[in-house]
Write a protein that binds this ligand. Structure first.
Ligand code: MG
Length: 403
């Protein structure tokens, strides 16, 4: 029987006005979702994904996780039809531990990551589904260039993009003293992997470690929401009987990033089994490898989850790329679109309004302005831009640039 300690922390960062990251710690499942797509949309999409996962009880397989993620995707697609939530989506990384077999199942879609710290070495377990990751793989970008690339936030896979999603899944055999870190890109875009490893190696307590990681990311700039969940594998004792483990109602655990009591300790019930991960041979570890961590006198049999969530509002404003507006020539008519003009992957722009104003009726200067595809932060600004476009005077040649 594996024992473990989990903790999470999240912060809105120094630039954004809302925190669209969500995270989850239930008995055996941990997850991080990073929402995207407008002011309300991203928050909603991430909450849906985490909400669906929070309904799972017991030890589960990655297949089960993926089925639940597909249900979440259908909900996000459906609720995304609402105009205010249009285009919403979310990344997701989740892990489910089977304490009996010491197997950890992981899934991910998008660019939120899972790392493992073992023997002081940090290893990224997930592969990002992002534009820069594709470019690195194709040799068109170095990992160093990717780190600061202006389009590093563009994901190529996410929940909410379409009815069919492709989720990566894999398994890990955990070892005592392993640390499993799940995080949103707000962490690794601000803090180098060397520094993440250093912090994890220096900070033994689970709660202190998540605090240190989030704090470092925020102080480094905090240009995005930052969320981390840490699962520390603290011991194993195959002689323990599950019958002695205290039960808890996991439905009580608040998975929304609101201010929580840092001392809120949840004890999980590993005896509840719905969909077990296929059994793996029990490892024959000598008793001397057992060790206890900071919770000291408590029994190794206890499955403890500590949920610490920092949700501190920091003044500032941010506009998601999705919330940009611009005017363009759509089938010969001036239209207002939402998204990025370059229309890359996730950010394919949508036509919001078609003015039915023929592009050919514009004078040369206005055509040029239209061609610039200037981005506006609000729909009203884009409308004003369109209303200021000048027409070719009647009886004048369409190519007349003097108006
Ligand atoms: Mg993010």
């Amino acid at each position: 029987m594996i024992s473990y300690v989990t903790a999470s922390a999240t912060h809105v960062g120094q630039v954004r006005s809302t925190n669209q990251d969500h995270c989850l710690i239930t008995g055996t499942i941990v997850a991080v979702a990073d929402g995207m797509g407008g002011h309300a949309g991203g928050e909603t999409a991430a909450a849906i994904a985490i909400g669906e996962l929070s309904g799972i009880r017991g030890v589960v397989s990655t297949d089960r996780l993926i089925r639940v993620v597909n249900v979440a995707n259908q909900r996000i697609m459906k609720e995304g039809l609402e105009p205010s939530l249009r285009g919403m989506g979310t990344t997701l990384v989740a892990a489910a531990l089977n304490p009996e077999t010491a197997e950890l199942g992981l899934i991910n879609i998008g660019d939120s990551r899972a790392y493992r710290l073992r023997d002081r070495v940090l290893t990224q377990l997930t592969v990002d589904h992002s534009l820069v990751e594709d470019l690195v793989r194709e040799g068109r970008l170095t990992p160093e260039e990717a780190q600061s690339h202006p389009q590093r936030n563009i994901v190529t896979r996410a929940l909410g993009i379409g009815p069919d999603i492709e989720v990566d899944s894999f398994g890990e055999q955990v070892k005592v003293d392993d640390r499993y870190l799940l995080c949103s890109d707000g962490l690794f875009n601000e803090v180098s992997e060397d520094d993440i490893a250093k912090l994890l190696n220096e900070t033994e307590q689970t709660v202190a470690a998540v605090d240190a990681l989030v704090d470092t990311a925020v102080k480094a700039g905090g240009r995005d929401n930052v969320t981390v969940v840490l699962m520390d594998i603290t011991g194993e004792d195959f002689a323990d009987t599950p019958a002695t483990v205290a039960a808890v109602d996991r439905g009580d655990i608040d998975t929304v990033p609101t201010v929580q009591d840092p001392a809120n300790i949840q004890v999980a019930d590993p005896t509840e089994t719905l969909d077990p991960i296929p059994a793996v041979p029990e490892r024959d570890e000598p008793a001397s490898t057992k060790r206890r961590r900071w919770f000291g006198g408590r029994s190794l049999m206890l499955m403890m989850s500590v949920l610490v969530v920092l949700a501190v509002g920091v003044a500032g404003s941010s506009v998601y790329a999705r919330a940009a507006y611009f005017a363009d020539d759509v089938e010969g008519e001036v239209a207002i679109l939402r998204g990025r003009p370059e229309g890359v992957l996730w950010f394919d722009p949508d036509v919001i309004e078609n003015t039915e104003l023929p592009v050919e009726s514009l004078n040369g200067a206005s055509k040029e302005l239209l061609n610039n595809r200037t981005q506006w932060s609000s729909l009203d600004d884009a409308r004003e831009f369109v209303s200021n476009l000048e027409l070719v005077p009647v009886n004048s040649e369409p190519t007349d640039t003097n108006g």
